[in-house]
Design a protein around this ligand. Structure first.
Ligand code: FAQ
Length: 327
């Protein structure tokens, strides 16, 4: 019988060789827990992330925009479901994950605690929030845990459509009236800094990065991904004719990257701790959905209990027949 040390060495060798870890494989307890934490928080983000955009479905400016937004919000629900399923393979139930969200034990992305004040916010979410999510998630298609990596492949394809629909909304507004362009600029001003915060704390303040890199859960650090996002997004804003809400953004020839200004980390931690503009409203909406769904869960359980009771009865009759006790 292998001892824990041998198992851990063999596990790290598999990671180093680029093998995928599957749910029934041996894994260190901390690897399992880290995945439950990250995948469930990712799932919660997808589900809570439906709320700011869902707010605009009834007010989309045209049928075409309504259809696009409806499809996008439904996709986010699908992403949440694949991710909950991936986390369930590690031995946690969906009910338990939901309770962790509702009691504040599990986090969800800080970005979804900001309000969507105008239609341009829907453009800015697609362009910047899905844009940031893709950069993070393309990396996760190569993460070491098989079910998570596979879920990410499909999710990234859908996020890429979301990013385009958002950018196209921004493009339309920027080519519209001066008021529409101003609305797009205002949405960029409000979404830019929270979008940068999505990548998480600076590397020196990120307690999980070192171990997650060693286990290839993360392939790039928070700061590396954030820089990648800035480098991709600044030229996109220029094309739209919008001004970045950061006077320090400047191409740095030597680094081959854009420099950018300091993020307000106090604001980030306040939002993460539950004190953002919409935290309470978001959790209240999820609590209501959970409470309203109680009768569905009760009905499903009652149906399944009745079905197994009937099966038991019919198996009993069959057994008696085969023993010749009844005709
Ligand atoms: N918000 O040590 P690290 C989307 C927490 S999906 C809140 O760096 P890690 C699609 C972190 O959990 C967006 N909390 O942590 C969509 C940790 O706390 P814990 C979600 C944050 O895990 C679009 C603590 O800070 N994407 O947008 C945030 O190594 C439009 C220390 O941080 C994912 O979840 C934050 N922004 O790196 C949907 C991707 N950042 O758990 C609808 C998967 C950090 O120890 C509409 N996740 N924290 O108590 C990841 O890649 C990682 O978990 C990071 C954080 C990069 C988010």
């Amino acid at each position: 019988m292998d001892n824990i040390e041998n198992l851990a060495t063999r596990f790290q060798e598999r990671i180093d060789a680029g093998e995928k870890i599957e749910p029934k494989d041996w894994m260190p307890e901390k690897y399992r827990k880290t995945h439950i934490r990250q995948i469930s928080q990712h799932a919660h983000s997808e589900i809570v992330g439906m709320l700011p955009e869902g707010n605009w479905i009834t007010r989309a400016p045209s049928l075409k925009r309504k259809l696009g937004l409806l499809a996008k919000v439904q996709d986010e629900a699908g992403h949440g479901l694949y991710l909950y399923s991936a986390a369930e393979t590690l031995g946690i139930s969906r009910d338990e994950m939901t309770q962790q969200l509702l009691t504040g034990k599990a986090k969800y992305s800080s970005i979804f605690n900001y309000p969507t004040l105008t239609w341009a916010d829907i453009g800015a979410i697609g362009w910047l929030v899905d844009g940031a999510a893709i950069i993070n998630q393309v990396m996760l298609t190569r993460t070491s845990f098989g079910p998570y990596a596979r879920a990410m492949v499909r999710i990234c394809k859908e996020e890429s459509f979301h990013q385009r629909q958002g950018y196209e909304i921004m493009l339309t507004l920027c080519n519209g009236t001066p008021e529409q362009k101003e609305m797009a600029q205002d949405a960029l001003n409000r979404t830019w800094w929270p979008a940068l915060m999505m990548f998480g704390p600076r590397d020196e303040d990120s307690p999980n990065t070192k171990q997650s890199m060693a286990w290839k859960i993360k392939r790039k650090t928070n700061d590396e991904l954030r820089q990648q996002f800035v480098d991709i997004t600044v030229p996109q804003a220029e094309f739209l004719g919008l001004k970045m809400p950061d006077p320090e953004i400047k191409w740095n020839e030597e680094r081959g990257h854009y420099d950018f200004g300091a993020i307000d980390w106090d604001e980030f931690w306040q939002v993460v701790k539950g004190n953002g503009p919409c935290n309470k409203e978001r959790i209240a909406a999820r609590q209501k959905a959970w409470d309203d769904g109680q009768w569905v869960r009760d009905a499903a359980l009652a149906y399944s209990a009745k079905k197994s009771e009937n099966e038991e009865k019919s198996n009993g009759i069959k057994a008696q027949r085969s023993e010749g006790k009844i005709a």
